[in-house]
Design a protein around this ligand. Structure first.
Ligand code: ATP
Length: 430
């Protein structure tokens, strides 16, 4: 984990938020490589959802009417039990304390206060008066923005149940303990899709989405050995859920949830009907009946998935003369698509390399590098996870061919310069 965190900082994937002021706990900034990787993950997710005819996209606002969170149950239930150590004043989630009962910080025995409920929603105020009538919340999940727009989307897009609504956006939780780098932060991004189905069809759709979602991670290069399902037992189910499976990833600190697939029944729409007074019943023309649809939710953390992709891509290899660190990102999510190098800085090679890079940049994210030995340049791109390095050498000037080196096999092929774009398109899959 330490190696990954240090590489993430050194190569500009992730920085601590407000680092020059000592950082802000549970908040991170994405650097030049990180933001590309994160955008690519989100783009792949968005395409996998919205290129289907039965899913529409939406982008709801972060601040919502405060009654939304009463209806959803968050004001009442979205709490963690919090305890303080009376000896060292450290604060913990009661359900995460070790069985020994000793304080994980100072080792004190039986030094904890009684558990108190702590609501994880961030509160703020709209307008200049800071009183309870002006209280609003930073959304702790993106799902509610979808539910309250169910009929807007359904009628505007002329959809029929079953159909889904997808959204990517920031969510905020005032977590008691932030830990494990991007795993548990206070500000994070979610990629959520709510699929509305006829009651009775929900079990089948649940199974369908469970399969689809784990396959998405595998298709983007995650090893199936690092993924598993974890079913919520009866005691663990959220108040609204009929069934819930997490997709877990094997992080260096152990298995952790990266996505939840939940059968939320008709709970949320029912609640919004109750609290808003607006009917939430859908008229099913085919069946000629009215019902409140059931919801199958797929809720992935974009930031947590980002971290899982970092971990699963990270590899260290012993080569003949040196060790290399390589980020084996799937080509579709790699932050840089290709690098272009002149072998040496003379004989017209830089000019030719520049021309090739400029041409490819019309379509791809291409990094131009003419500094230092070519072996060092390869190592730098390996660390960034760049799938292909294109080198212009003396032969290029004779027959217009370049070498393309594959990041993983490190093998090189010679390709005519007119064919580079086609080669990248075939091999990047974008
Ligand atoms: P946990 O039990 O780990 O707190 P949760 O069960 O509350 O998570 P959900 O409410 O199901 O999580 O949220 C869906 C997804 O959002 C999670 O699978 C995770 O990827 C992401 N997520 C939730 N909380 C955080 C957080 N504090 N930091 C980063 N990602 C988060």
């Amino acid at each position: 984990m330490e190696k990954i965190v240090s590489l993430a900082k050194r190569r500009g994937f992730v920085f601590q938020s407000s680092e020059i002021y000592g950082g802000l706990n549970g908040c991170y900034d994405y650097g030049p490589l990180g933001v590309e990787l994160l955008n690519n993950i989100k783009e792949q997710w968005w395409r996998s959802m919205t290129l289907r005819e039965d899913i529409e996209g939406i982008d709801a606002s972060i601040l919502m009417h405060p009654r939304v969170w009463e209806a959803s149950g968050h004001v009442e239930h979205f709490t963690d039990p919090m305890v303080d150590c009376k000896q060292c004043r450290a604060r913990f989630r009661n359900d995460e304390l070790p069985e020994s009962g000793a304080c994980p910080n100072c080792g004190g025995k039986d030094t904890f206060t009684e558990a108190r409920k702590f609501n994880l929603m961030f509160r703020t105020f709209v307008g200049p008066v800071e009183d309870s009538s002006a209280t609003v919340y930073l959304r702790p999940e993106t799902a509610q923005g979808i539910y309250v727009n169910f009929f807007n989307v359904q009628s505007a897009a002329r959809q029929k149940v079953p159909f889904g609504i997808a959204q990517i956006g920031k969510a905020f939780r005032n977590e008691i303990n932030t830990k494990n780098f991007l795993f548990r932060t206070r500000e994070f991004e979610q990629m959520e899709m709510q699929f509305f189905v006829k009651p009775g069809d929900d079990d089948e759709w649940f199974e369908y989405w469970k399969e689809q979602r784990i396959q998405w991670f595998i298709d983007l290069g995650m090893s199936p050995d690092l993924l598993r399902y974890n079913e919520h037992g009866p005691g663990e189910l959220a108040h609204y859920a009929k069934k819930a499976f997490d997709i877990q990833f094997l992080f260096p600190f152990g298995w952790g949830e990266i996505e939840g697939i939940h059968n939320r029944t008709d709970y949320d729409l029912q609640q919004h009907e109750k609290f808003s007074g607006k009917a939430m019943k859908y008229y099913d023309q085919e069946a000629n009946e009215k019902y409140i649809p059931y919801v199958i939710e797929t809720s992935a953390g974009a930031s947590r998935s980002f971290m899982a992709f970092l971990v699963s891509a990270f590899a260290e290899e012993q080569l003949e003369k040196e060790k290399r660190t390589v980020m084996r990102f799937h080509p579709r999510i790699a932050p840089i698509n290709a690098a272009v190098f002149p072998l040496v800085n003379r004989d017209g090679m830089p000019e030719k390399a520049r021309a090739i890079a400029t041409d490819l940049q019309k379509r791809y994210r291409v990094f131009y590098d003419d500094k230092g030995a070519v072996g060092r340049r390869y190592r730098r791109q390996d660390e960034a996870g760049t799938p292909f390095c294109i080198t212009i050498d003396s032969q290029t000037l004779e027959d217009q061919s370049v070498t393309i080196r594959d990041r993983d096999s490190m093998e090189q092929v010679r390709v005519a310069d007119a064919q580079i774009a086609a080669y990248l398109s075939d091999n990047l899959g974008i």
